[in-house]
Design a protein around this ligand. Structure first.
Ligand SMILES: [Zn+2]
Length: 140
């Protein structure tokens, strides 16, 4: 499964994903449900990182920067238009995550109130700690 950037006409390349996190990002972004070509490249050599993962999406679809920032705040998102990079975006840890991850505390209200959104707030930016807004359990 190889695809060069110049083979993408209009799409998105998520570069500099820490090796091993590409699949997590792929799943959280729901890329398995897309009809367009999607490539997940694992353990690509990187001068800066040693190894990195890369995701290439050959379609101009909206990608949640919150999810990307949550999984891999170090990434670069390259937006490809007409076969060349038209924009590079950096992401950050988002302040809030809504319906991205679920609270694992069995006594959390979200386990009984199914219609509630799963909302987490960033409580420690340095260590990337998120806590459930209902029960304050830390994510992961
Ligand atoms: Zn909770």
């Amino acid at each position: 499964m190889t695809m060069k950037i110049d083979e993408i006409k209009n799409g998105i390349v998520i570069d500099h994903i820490p090796a091993g996190r590409g699949m997590t990002l792929y799943e959280l972004l729901g890329l398995d449900s897309l009809d367009c070509p999607v490539a997940l490249i694992k353990n690509a050599p990187s001068a800066k990182m040693g190894k990195k993962d890369i995701i290439k999406i050959d379609a101009d679809i909206p990608v949640s920067f919150d999810i990307v920032g949550y999984v891999a705040p170090s990434v670069t998102i390259n937006l490809i238009k007409e076969g060349s990079i038209c924009e590079k975006k950096k992401v950050n840890l988002p302040e809030t995550l809504t319906n991205v991850i679920k609270c694992r505390n069995p006594r959390c209200i979200t386990t009984t109130e199914q219609e509630l959104s799963h909302i987490f707030k960033l409580t420690d930016r340095e260590n990337g700690v998120y806590r459930c807004i209902y029960c304050e359990a830390a994510a992961k």
